[in-house]
Design a protein around this ligand. Structure first.
Ligand code: ATP
Length: 314
């Protein structure tokens, strides 16, 4: 079983308990572990794989809580870093009209430093770059780029999820697109939402969007479509693989669960070659990942709702 190195942010989401009010009126918040790459590492380890998290938290009680949460899920946190800067915090509430009210206090996640000693361990493993905050600048962005090149020179299987958050890029979506492109060019697998595929390619039509993103460099594209399934595009073939019918209560983390399950299955293969040629094989893996995504929507929270291998087999 290969290791899956997941690089990016780990942060606290303070979620307002009473929905329907904006943050100025919210009094009670629930503390939750957040951060897409960290969720992906948890998804992989919970399924029995080797999820490794590389990111930075503050040397404070919140940082301690976050690392303990990952450890409990079986994630290898030995490469996580502690900073004197406070742990990154996000405050979220849903206002009466269903709009998200969001305040982001960026701290330690941006401080992640490149670890050159890691290079020798990377060969033949998987690298997952989940970019929600990474492209916002700071040492993390530079570290990200260095690991991308390490991944290429060490023949890793590279996966990229842009994790676009409108709250973080409201003013400057062009910069987001520009910063994503080198990762789309160099990654073997890209996971997009419909919005991300359209935004980054500049194409409304999903097939045209995929063609353009393939042209940029990425060989395998998955576009997650919520209850409508996942579009898989590779080797000149495109197919929507249907989702599993469930009664969702909270869709937080479904995308992370999906990509985590897909990478878990790839990590279980002896070598990566078949992934690039065998459409039916990847289709089967996507169908399994759809199942993981669907299960995650049937419970509240991101990490708690991730399935185990037994849940998937049921
Ligand atoms: P995120 O915002 O967490 O990054 P995303 O937009 O990338 O999520 P989604 O499309 O919401 O991802 O969900 C990922 C996968 O989970 C889907 O492709 C689908 O297989 C499954 N899924 C999500 N929502 C549902 C649903 N309501 N019913 C069944 N399956 C779902």
């Amino acid at each position: 079983m290969k290791k899956v190195y997941c690089i990016g942010e780990l942060l606290i989401d303070f979620v307002a308990e009473r929905q329907g009010s904006d943050l100025s009126k919210a009094n009670v918040f629930t503390k939750k572990a957040g951060g897409a790459p960290a969720n992906v590492a948890c998804a992989i380890s919970k399924l029995g794989g080797n999820g490794v998290f590389i990111g930075c938290v503050g040397d404070d009680p919140f940082g301690k809580f976050l690392l303990e949460t990952l450890k409990k899920e079986g994630v290898d946190i030995s490469l996580a870093q502690l900073s004197d800067t406070f742990t990154t915090l996000a405050f979220v509430s849903l206002s009466e009209d269903g709009e998200r009210d969001f305040v982001f206090s960026r701290g330690a996640d941006r401080e992640l430093k490149y670890n050159p000693n890691l290079r020798k361990n990377l060969s033949g493993n998987i690298l997952h770059l989940g970019a929600a905050t990474a492209l916002l600048g700071g040492p993390l962005e530079k570290t990200y780029t260095k690991y991308l090149f390490d991944g290429l020179t060490k023949e890793m299987f590279i996966s990229f999820d842009p994790n676009f958050r409108i709250d973080l890029w409201k003013e400057d979506q062009e910069t987001f697109i520009k910063k994503c492109m080198p990762f789309v060019e160099k990654s073997h697998l890209c996971k997009f939402s419909l919005e991300e595929a359209q935004l980054i390619s500049g194409k409304e039509d999903l097939h045209e969007a995929c063609d353009l993103l393939h042209k940029a460099g990425t060989k395998i594209i998955t576009v997650t479509l919520g209850k409508d399934g996942t579009l898989l595009s590779m080797n000149g073939t495109k197919k929507v693989i249907p989702s599993v019918k469930v009664a969702p209560v909270d869709t937080t983390g479904a995308g992370d669960s999906f990509i985590g399950c897909l990478l878990y299955q790839i990590s279980d293969l002896g070598n990566f070659e078949p992934i690039f040629e065998d459409f039916p094989l990847v289709e089967k893996m996507v169908a399994m990942a759809n199942k993981a995504g669907a299960i995650t929507t049937t419970n509240y929270g991101a990490i708690v709702a991730l399935p185990t291998k037994e849940d998937l087999e049921k």
